[in-house]
Design a protein around this ligand. Structure first.
Ligand code: PLP
Length: 414
């Protein structure tokens, strides 16, 4: 569910006409709906009401500070994967005790920053990281709360680039290595195991893989108890999918219900790290048609957004619905919607039936709120798009469009 809909032949973001926003802020333009963010977070969080839990929004999905602030106000914790994301979470007013830190390559300075901040816990992904966290904590005279990220070897049945819980993935440690790592953690003076962590992948459209992973983790937790390690937190990561096209992912309530059944009677606090399910359908990317072009085999619609703005189609062959901002009832034609970047991989949509749009008209790419702007770049020296948040009839410029001077501001002198 989201608050982008058509009224009187025009696309609206909540109470505001999308075409008005494009005229005011230019294109390409990311538009987010505050009500959709609130609705998604509240529905997600409510789904786990029956359990002691903390919903830690995955900052990397959409890390705009205004988005983080909006979620922090609803009580969200945050899941971070870098020092930069920690900086953002703190700037957004998130309490350090609601922050968990994931990622395979945490550097020493990042570990120090997180320890000084006093985050809830580190999700540790290797023996090397475990030793390093202990060493940095010792230097600072602190004790680091940690969990080990277990790779449960469960197939999340999603795109290979967003599968993380298979044996061949770089993430976490397998069950036996994790057990050895907990034993090692027990010996280290400046780390204390407080949780078990796992995150098996993204855009899951069934809860079965989550439950399979949970079963393995519960068994693992019993083994930890046998060696005297009692944990408080079960971090089950993120990964719940959203409808981009025809997918029918489970509602968070079904996931919450299934977790409650399996975890009742255990004194564990569940941590969840939702990203896409909160942000994905809370944003659209609006773009202007620059040219149309017919070749012998294809019809191209060349728009002013490109893979530097939204890389998901190029990177994961992912689907974003493309619709006219002001539909005029014309016959659809089969087109590829492409950007101006000098790469054949620069496409936003392939083989779509889209009305025969003309230069100067606007199209919207839906479900662009997660892994959209946050994965954007300046490739081809394209200034990054502006981001606006609509809240009812109120509009906030959440990030101004970059200028040509911004592009070179950090370079030289040379
Ligand atoms: C990316 C990521 C998430 C969020 O995944 P979604 O599919 O967006 O919910 C959660 N936890 C970790 C460790 C991640 O890397």
């Amino acid at each position: 569910m989201h608050y982008f809909d058509y009224r009187g032949g025009e696309l609206y973001a909540e109470e505001v006409k999308v075409s008005d926003l494009a005229a005011r802020f230019g294109t390409p333009l990311y538009i987010y709906s505050a009500a959709t963010f609130r609705r998604h977070f509240s529905a997600f969080d409510a789904a786990f009401e029956g359990l002691a839990h903390l919903s830690c929004y995955s900052v990397k999905a959409n890390s705009n500070i205004c988005v983080l602030r909006l979620l922090a106000e609803l009580g969200a914790g945050m899941d971070i994967v870098s020092g930069g994301e920690l900086h953002r979470a703190l700037a957004a007013g998130v309490a350090p005790r609601k922050i968990v830190y994931s990622g395979v390559g945490k550097r020493e300075a990042e570990i120090r920053f997180a320890l000084e901040t006093g985050i809830l816990m580190f999700n540790v992904e290797s023996f090397g990281e475990l030793e390093r966290i202990d060493a940095v904590a010792r230097e600072l005279g602190k004790t680091a709360r940690i969990s080990l990220r277990i790779n449960p070897d469960v197939d999340p049945k999603t795109h290979p680039y967003i599968s993380t819980g298979l044996q061949k993935n770089k993430f976490g440690l397998d069950i036996e290595a994790s057990f050895a790592a907990y034993q090692r953690a027990k010996e280290l003076p400046n780390v204390v195991p407080v949780g078990i962590d796992c995150h098996i992948g993204s855009q899951l459209t069934s809860i079965e893989p989550f439950l399979e992973a949970l079963t393995r983790i519960i068994t693992f937790n019993e083994r930890l108890k046998d060696i005297g390690i009692v944990i408080d937190y079960l971090d089950l990561g993120g990964g719940l999918g959203i409808p981009y096209d025809q997918e029918t992912p489970p509602h968070p309530a079904a996931y919450g219900q299934a977790l409650s059944e399996r975890l009742k009677g255990r004194s564990l606090t569940v941590i969840l790290e939702p990203g896409r399910v909160i942000a994905g359908n809370a944003g659209i990317l609006v773009s202007e048609v620059v040219y149309t072009k017919q070749t012998k085999s294809k019809n191209f619609v060349i728009v002013d957004a490109a893979m530097n703005d939204l890389v998901r189609p190029s990177l994961y062959q992912s689907f974003h619905a493309v619709r006219e901002v002001a539909p005029k009832g014309r016959q659809p034609v089969n087109v590829d919607v492409v950007g101006p970047i000098c790469e054949s991989g620069d496409f936003l949509a392939k083989d779509r039936d889209l009305a025969a749009v003309a230069p100067g008209e606007l199209v919207a790419l839906f479900s662009a709120g997660a892994y959209g702007f946050s994965m954007s770049s300046n490739y081809n020296s394209r200034p990054r798009a502006a981001e606006v948040i609509v809240d009812g009839d109120r509009v906030v410029l959440a990030r101004r469009r970059e200028t040509y001077d911004d592009l070179i501001a950090l370079e030289g002198p040379c």
